[in-house]
Design a protein around this ligand. Structure first.
Ligand code: 4UW
Length: 557
């Protein structure tokens, strides 16, 4: 056990501020790509990125140079500093090259779920006014249809060639950005600072529709530094040396903040080898684990459950694994116990970590690495602080065991929601505190636990399903007057969405019809697996806000 010397500080308005773990953050004004590549000479010839399906690889020197050539090309095709470029790619080596290249060119990268439908993609592209798209051959038809459905006009579409599917006419091969960029002049000196926006992933936050989360270069870089200064080196992260290199299957999607910053950027900054999996199939994941000596597993709970349950994963596949990190959704102690029952030989050597955070915090805010406290989300990262506020009385909590809404402050907290000042003001309140919508408490050692979720967000396998988005879609159905969507617990998915539907008078849509309507318009994980119930009224408060908690109390608990 570690004794943590944390002293609660009184704020000017009665706040009880709980400071993060001790540890100094060195000053930095690097942009994201400068930070990621800053030590690249130390591991220039090691493999940085490798496709787990085809074996296509980039060494560190190649990855850095290719990103730089991509940056030159993107500027050369007319994109200007501050333009938004959408990266709609599965996990490929090129996803990192595209992301970091666009960032180096001073563009803002919005990452889009590559499993999205035409409907979902066009919404995001329109909302952020994307000026270009980088995608893959397999997805290109969907992306082109989404652009066609939008008011964006003719924008450049760059396509990564998978060697299987032809690239649609009128699009730019990604490889051309690299090869032609090489002979273009170097980028001019940068005119933007680390306080400018680098990434624009989407999150619904505590309420409403998905919103662009403005993460600056500083947000992302500071978060990497906060993790590296709080979480023990040599266990949970290892810088590459002459004789050692981390090997990490990159299975969590790179469009989500966990894959993007906590895995891709963080681990490239220390010289790890990322083996990218373009899709999650049990066979591909098993073959990657069998082939590569994986040292580090960065997972969400469903992956840990999969490793435990699947007969395709032989216990010896994990023999070289030093640590398993879980994040994005709750992981129970019993899940860890079952994992160790299968991977017996790891019991004395393996370290289990649990990271908690949000898209809005770049993402890591708290991290647990204590073996005796698996259910905990651990300690607050250095360089940041938190508060717990009773959601009913609005009074700050300063004793162990009492639950309140978790508020976060620090250099990792987003600049705000893109073009949405109202939502920003509701989420980042006076003093710069970000409301998480999660209910938490702490114990005698200042280790934290999430006990409930105040916000309406549903998390399916760690992915966000904003109820407001499904409700908006349901209201476009010809027979539906009103709808409310809630999450119900599910052993496989964590939670699944369930819809309550008020039909238009005289109409009686079938459950099957409603499910089909939704399921053909949204990505697979948003499907109404929890079913559909027809109701006579949707509970609302006087101002018209849906009282989802009433539905939860009536139908779930
Ligand atoms: N336990 C319980 C957790 C946990 C959790 C998140 O989609 P977003 O916006 O963001 C994420 C971030 C994942 C992440 C954070 C920190 C970290 O170290 C890591 O890797 C180890 C991954 O998923 O959803 C944010 C919401 O997800 C829930 C919580 O409700 C939060 O507000 N959540 N991590 N360990 N719940």
């Amino acid at each position: 056990a570690v004794e943590r010397k944390i002293k609660i500080v009184d704020g000017p308005n009665g706040e009880k501020i709980i400071p993060g773990s001790p540890g100094n953050l060195p000053l930095s004004t690097s942009t994201l790509s400068e930070y990621v590549w800053k030590d690249v000479e130390k591991f220039a010839n090691k493999i940085a990125l490798e496709c787990g399906e085809t074996g296509r690889k980039y060494t560190y020197a190649q990855a850095r140079d290719s990103s730089n050539y991509v940056a030159r090309s993107l500027r050369n095709i007319g994109l200007k500093v501050g333009d938004v470029v959408a990266v709609i790619l599965p996990n490929l080596p090129e996803t990192a090259v595209a992301f970091l290249g666009a960032s180096e060119a001073g563009l803002i990268v919005t990452t889009v779920n590559f499993q999205y439908t035409v409907y979902e993609i066009s919404k995001q592209l329109i909302d952020c006014n994307a000026r270009a798209v980088i995608t893959a051959a397999e997805i290109a038809p969907t992306v082109l249809a989404a652009i066609g459905n939008s008011n964006l006009g003719k924008i450049p579409v760059v396509v990564v060639d998978d060697g299987v599917q032809p690239i649609p006419t009128g699009t730019i091969p990604f490889q051309d950005l690299i090869t032609k960029g090489k002979s273009l002049p170097s980028l001019p000196e940068r005119t933007w600072s680390d306080e400018d926006v680098a990434a624009l992933p989407y999150s619904s936050g505590t309420t409403g529709l998905p919103k662009g989360v403005m993460l600056t270069h500083r947000n992302l870089v500071r978060n990497i530094m906060m993790v590296r200064n709080t979480v023990p080196e040599g266990i949970f992260w290892n810088k590459a040396t002459d004789s050692f290199q981390e090997v990490i299957p990159s299975v969590l999607p790179l469009f989500h903040i966990y894959g993007m910053n906590a895995i891709m950027c963080t681990r490239l900054s220390i010289g790890s080898r990322l083996v990218t999996l373009p899709k999650f199939t049990p066979e591909l994941f098993a073959s990657v684990l069998a082939k590569y000596k994986t040292t580090t597993l960065l997972c969400a709970p469903p992956i840990i459950l999969f490793l435990t349950a699947s007969p395709l994963i032989k216990p010896n596949y994990l023999d070289h694994v030093q640590c398993v990190i879980s994040g994005a959704a709750p992981l129970g102690k019993s899940d860890v116990d079952r994992f160790y029952e299968k991977f017996q030989s790891l019991r004395s050597t393996l370290h289990f970590g649990n990271g908690y955070g949000l898209t809005e915090t770049s993402p890591v805010a708290l991290f647990n690495w204590r073996e005796d406290k698996y259910g905990s989300i651990g300690e607050v990262l250095c360089g940041s602080s938190i508060r717990l506020v009773d959601p009913i009385t609005n009074v700050d909590i300063s004793e162990p065991g009492k639950s309140g809404e978790l508020l976060i402050k620090g250099p990792h907290v987003m600049k705000g929601y893109y073009k949405n000042e109202a939502a920003t003001k509701e989420t980042i309140i006076e003093g710069g505190w970000l409301k998480t919508g999660d209910i938490a408490y702490f114990d005698e050692d200042f280790d934290f636990y999430i006990s409930d979720r105040l916000k309406e967000l549903i998390k399916v396998k760690g992915f966000q399903v904003p109820p407001a988005e499904i409700e908006e879609l349901l209201r476009t159905h010809k027979d539906i007057e009103e709808a409310a969507v809630i999450g119900i617990p599910d052993s496989r998915y964590g939670e699944v969405p369930k819809a309550f539907v008020l039909p238009k008078s005289g109409r009686k849509p079938s459950e099957e019809d409603i499910k089909n309507f939704v399921n053909t318009r949204v990505a697979e994980y948003k499907h109404l697996r929890g079913g559909v119930t027809l109701v006579d009224s949707i509970p609302k408060n006087p101002s018209g806000k849906i009282l989802r908690i009433k539905l939860r109390d009536k139908y779930v608990n």
